[in-house]
Design a protein around this ligand. Sequence first.
Ligand SMILES: [Ca+2]
Length: 585
Amino acid sequence: MPRSLPRLRMPFAPVAAALLFAAAQPALAGGRLPPIPQLPPATPADLVGTCEDLASRFTNLPGTTITGSSSVAAGDLQLAGQPVPAHCRVTGRMNERVSPVDGKTYAIGFEMRLPLAWNGRFFHQGNGGIDGSVSTAVGASGGGPLTHALMQGFAVLSSDAGHSNAQGGPAFGLDPQARLDYGYQAVGTLTPMAKAAINLAYGKGPDRSYFGGCSNGGRHTLVAASRYAAEYDGFLAGAPGYNLPLAALANIWGAQRYATVATGDPLTPPGLETAFTATERQMVASRVLARCDALDGAADGLVQDTAACQRTFNLMRDVNTCARDNRDGTCLTIAQKRAIDPIFRGGARTTDGTRFYAGFPYDPGVGGGGIPFWEFTAPLALDTGAVGVIFKVPPAPEALTNGAAFALGLDIDATLAELYATDATYTESAMSFMTPQHPSDLSAVRDRGAKVLVYHGVADPIFSVSDSETYVKNVNRASRGQASSFLRLFKVPGMGHCSGGPATDQADYLTPLVAWVEQGQAPDRIVATARGAGNPGGVNGEVPASWAPDRTRPLCVFPAVARYDGSGDLERAESWSCVDPRGAR
Ligand SMILES: [Ca+2]
C-alpha cells in the first residue's frame, strides 16, 4: 500500500460509523453553525424570439460551436402518455481539440432543451455509465417517471462529458484531458456556457440551478456539490457512485470470488453466473424475507429496516447447506457461502484485510432481475475497461481486447494503489478526478442555502447503499449532527440500480427538492409507487403478484425507516409511519 493512499477516504467500518453517528447527535446537537439562508423561488419567463434564431444568438459563447437549433412541438416527445410541452433543441460542442496522446479529436458534445414557457430554472443532467453520448436532455429521475425536469418547465442540459463512445468506448481514458472532462471538468466548462445561453434565450439567467442524475449521474451530482457548490442550488443524486473507481474494482474482486465456485466457464457471464444461480438467489431472497420481512410490522414482501435485517439474517445459518455438492436450488454449498457472504456482508478487501469498498446489505432484491448483469456481466465487460483504461495509472490497453481474462487475473492490491497513482502523463489520479474533493465537507452547499437529496436502492448491486449511508454519516459528523438541514438520503427497499426490483421504485424526487430549496419545506417522506399492471410510466415486471399493482410506500429520511401502523390498508403509504429505529430500541 503506497503512503499516498489516504486512509481517511476508506469507508468507516459499519460499527464504528454507527457509533460515530450516534455519538455525534446528542453531543453536538447544540453546536451553533451560521444560519442557513432561504433562497428565493424562481419566477417564470418566456423564450425571446424563436428556436431557429437561437443558433445565431449563441455565436459568441466562448469555446462553443452551435451545430443546430430547432423547434420541438408539444407532443413530439411523450412521457407516460403525456405530451412534453413545446421547446427548442440546441446542439453544440465545446473545446474541440486533438489529443497529443492518441491523436483523436475530442470535444464536449451537448444539447439543451429550452421550453418556450420556462419556469426560471436550469437543470444540469448527469448521465450514466462512462458517458460518451448525449442522452436526451429531459432530466428524468425515479423509476418509470411520470414527470421530469423538462416536463416541469426547466431548461435542461445534457452532455457526453467530453468524449464519444463511437471513438472506442473506454479507450478515451488514454487521453488525460478526456479523463478529467469525464471526471468533473466537462461540468465546469459547460455550466457557465449553459447559464449564458439561458440568459440569451430568455433575457435573464436561471433564478435557481439544479444538478441531477443517477448512477454515474449521481456521482457527477455529488462531485458538483463538492467542486461547483457556488453554481447550483439543488442536487438530486440517485445511486451515487461517488467512489466509482473503488466500486468498479470491488465488482471485479467480487467476480474473482464468484469464479472460485463457478461450475461453468467464469470467463463468460453465463459461466460466472453458475456460481450463484437465479434459483439460488431467489432462494436466498426468500430466506431473507422469512427472517426480516415482519421486522417492520408487516410481512408484505418489503424489508424496510435494513439495519435490523443485517443483524437478524445470517447466510451461513439461515440458508441450508447442501449435502456434499448436491446443488438442487434449496441450499448453498459451504464453498459458495464462504465465497459469496463476504461480497455482501464484508465488502471488498485487499489481501491484508483492508476494506476498500462497502459491502451490500441483504435484501429481498438479491433475487432481482438486474442482479446478473451487474454481478456477472459488468465485471467482465464494463468494469474492466473502466478500471484498466480510464482509472488506472498507468493504463492497461489490453483490458480493451481481453476484458474477462484481465478482470479474473487482476492483482487487486496493486490496482487499488494505481487508482490513487499519477505519472508524468496522467497528473491527476482517478480517485481525485472521479470523486468529491472533500466528501464530508458540504459547508459551501449548506452555507448558501442549497440542498442535497440522495436516493438509493437497498438492493443496488453495483453502488452500495451502505456507501451512501457512509457519505451521509460523515457529512453529519462534520456538520455537528445537523446535516439533515441540507442533506437527506431516501433509501428504496428492494430496488436495484436506479430502478427495478421488487420495490416501489416510482417517485418524483425533483418536486420535493425544489420545495425544499425554494420554499424551505424539508421533505420528511416521499411517497413512492410500485409499477404494477397498468402503470403509465411502464410496468416493472418484478412487482410481486401478491402486491396491489399501485402499492405505495413512504420513503423515509435515513436513518428513519417505514413501519406499518398496525391498522389501515397495508397497500397504502398512509398506513405507514417513518420511525427512527434508534429511538424505537
Ligand atoms: Ca415488511
